[in-house]
Ligand binder design. Structure first.
Ligand code: PLP
Length: 347
């Protein structure tokens, strides 16, 4: 898209590269896969996956077979695994595109039959996907399991009791079922301890700059910068209100700037009167409600002019911080990033 008034989204691929390296270091000698579901968490599956491949990643996870098919076009030699499971009449899709299904139930094991290499997900406490531990004894010995996996529910809370319970349950599964590689740790799991790491880390969010250790400083770099354009500046001379619902009162002497970006672009409506945008180095709070295509910020003591770019996401307000302002998590900020932005990939 040409950029006349739209926002600029810059993704620094070198930072994604160094984040991958940082996760490798954390894993010691163990292997590190890359989770690129949901368009690589909103950052663009094509450039991001190519960057991760160049960084040395060979094993990739997506959520859906559709995503696997897309990734196969981008990385013809990658080892691609699909998390959602094998639904009826989709078995051949996996073979056609050389995708490895993660089987989640006895029904899926039966459906997959003798089609060859697959993964097996054991539910160790998340109760979302995966085979119940009581059914482990029913897994046929002939099943060709590449990755035996499970998923943490609370790895971002270092001291949560469920973490060790899940590690123990997964160790039991590893003893009971023949497999080539064992994988339990998402981004946060990689930072828990060595027992959580097994053979293969499975990070997503940390690759994209979300803090995997929320109670400590972020060890990852933020690759995302989103710059919105000021399309009007208002000098307030009498008492007024701003935006839909007239939720925010203004005083004479205040100055507002209107930015061309809104909830249709993934700037969540819950950031109404709580988001903060940076004009150069100065914080400018969002005042009033977020509209579909526009937000208004208070620039009373800040120099601001039409056409100027401001940091909606950037070094001073990374996705995790915006998530706090919006009452959500950084994952949702990234996966909500809009389609109207002009996207620039650095590196
Ligand atoms: C999304 C996902 C991951 C990656 O999790 P992050 O917290 O983003 O690192 C790993 N494993 C499974 C099964 C997932 O669904």
């Amino acid at each position: 898209m040409d950029n006349f008034s739209s926002a600029l989204l810059t993704i620094d691929l070198n930072i994604i590269k160094s984040n991958y390296q940082r996760l490798r270091d954390q894993l010691g000698g163990k292997d590190c896969a890359a989770v690129v579901k949901a368009d690589a968490y909103g950052l663009g599956i094509k450039p991001v996956s190519k960057t991760l491949w160049e960084s040395g990643a060979r094993t990739f996870f997506v959520a859906l077979p559709e995503e696997g098919i897309e990734l196969r076009q981008i990385l013809p030699d990658a080892d691609i695994h699909v998390l959602v499971g094998v639904m009826p009449e989709t078995e051949e899709i996996y073979l056609q595109h050389e995708l490895v299904p993660v089987l989640n139930s006895l029904e899926q094991i039966e459906r997959w039959g003798h089609r060859g290499r697959c993964d097996l997900h054991i539910d160790t406490g998340m109760t979302r996907l995966g085979l119940a531990p009581k059914d482990i004894s029913k897994v046929p010995a002939t099943l060709d399991v590449d990755i035996l996996m499970s998923h943490f529910a609370c790895a971002d809370e270092k001291d949560h009791l469920l973490n060790n319970e899940q590690i123990a349950a997964f160790q039991n599964a590893c003893h009971a079922i023949a497999h080539k590689r064992a994988s339990l740790a998402n981004s946060s799991g990689i930072f828990l301890n060595e027992d959580a790491q097994f053979d293969l880390g499975r990070p997503g969010c940390a690759l994209y700059g979300i803090n995997p250790t929320p109670d400590q400083a972020n060890p990852m770099g933020n690759p995302v910068r989103l710059q919105g354009k000021i399309v009007q500046v208002h000098e307030i001379d009498t008492q007024h209100s701003v935006g839909y619902g007239a939720t925010h009162a203004l005083q004479a002497g205040q100055k507002l700037a209107t930015i061309a970006l809104g909830y249709a672009d993934g700037y969540l409506r819950s950031l109404s009167s709580s988001g903060v945008v940076y004009v150069d180095e100065a914080p400018a709070p969002v005042v009033g409600r977020v509209s579909m295509d526009l937000i208004t910020i208070d620039v009373t003591d800040i120099e601001a002019r039409e056409g100027q770019l401001v940091d909606v996401i950037g070094p001073h307000n990374p996705p995790d911080q915006i998530a706090k302002q919006a009452g959500t998590i950084g994952y949702e900020i990234l996966t909500s990033l809009g389609r109207r932005y002009k996207r620039i990939y650095k590196g």
